[in-house]
Design a protein around this ligand. Structure first.
Ligand code: IPE
Ligand code: IPE
Ligand code: MG
Length: 255
């Protein structure tokens, strides 16, 4: 606790990331290393979701986007897919009172129609129940992948062109962004991946164009507020140049 408070004091509250995205990886390995079932790792991971949501909310971060289930994850053994679906629905319902108390708004990104009916109803129920909340927006990516999203967006844009509602010249970066699942949400400033892999795994491919990347070997169930704070401090020590030179972006020295 003392360690966490010490870290929190080091965060510059005037330069918080507006949007943090996370790839929550390492549940299976966490369980295996203890001789437990993979499902135990997923269950344990719910606690980490609670911790990062709470700290994001307490700090005043506006958007937190969590990769909970990818399009590719449908290819896992059916038993694990079933368990994950059940767990996601159960967890969202269990956390709902706390989410309400913290004024968190749930937003669902992905091919939600593919989610089985029972967990889907719990998810959309939580989304609807929190729709008027004005604090942290928690984006849950479920049955989501960047290529799925870009394909969907392209289809809709092409349909508009074919119907004569849009001309090819009107297709701009902003128009493409607005057709993505994240339409209206600023791009992530910071992307955190737990579990040691250093890859993007089809996550927010368009939106992560200029995100700062933070990879940690910590397995998701072990990821807590202190390491999240460390990631934010690390982010705040970076210079985001967006293609410019250091001289162009460095704050002017006081005379
Ligand atoms: C992340 O943990 C959770 C999901 C992808 C749903 P994993 O289940 O991928 O855990 P590892 O990578 O096998 O350890
Ligand atoms: C990425 O984790 C997807 C989620 C965290 C939901 P994976 O464990 O599926 O990633 P890969 O397949 O190892 O890249
Ligand atoms: Mg994994």
């Amino acid at each position: 606790m003392e360690h966490l408070e010490n870290l929190l004091r080091q965060i510059d509250m005037t330069r918080l990331p507006r949007h943090v995205a996370m790839i929550m990886d390492g549940n299976g390995r966490w369980a295996k290393s203890r001789g437990q079932r993979r499902s135990d790792g997923h269950t344990e991971g719910v606690g980490s979701v609670r911790r990062v949501t709470e700290l994001s909310s307490d700090l005043g971060i506006k958007y937190l986007t969590l990769y909970a289930f990818s399009t590719e994850n449908w290819n896992r053994p059916q038993e694990e897919v079933d368990l994950l679906m059940h767990l996601i629905g159960w967890a969202i319902e269990k956390e709902l009172p706390d989410l309400m108390r913290n004024n968190v708004r749930i937003h669902l990104l992905g091919d939600i129609d593919r989610i089985p009916e029972e967990p889907r109803a719990r998810l959309t129920g939580a989304r609807d129940a929190t729709a008027a909340n004005t604090g942290l927006q928690l984006n849950m990516c479920l049955s989501y992948s960047g290529r799925w999203e870009l394909t969907e967006a392209t289809r809709r844009i092409a349909a508009d062109v074919a119907a004569g509602r849009l001309s090819p010249e009107e297709i701009t970066e902003d128009l493409i962004s607005s057709h993505l699942a994240t339409g209206g949400i600023p791009d992530p400033d910071l992307l955190i991946r737990t579990g040691g892999e250093q890859r993007i795994s089809n996550y927010l491919l368009w939106q992560n164009a200029y995100s700062e990347l933070y990879f940690t070997p910590t397995l998701w169930p072990d990821f807590g507020k202190a390491e999240y704070a460390e990631a934010i401090i690390d982010y705040q020590n970076r210079e985001r140049r967006f293609g410019k030179t250091s001289e162009q972006v460095a704050p002017k020295q006081q005379a």
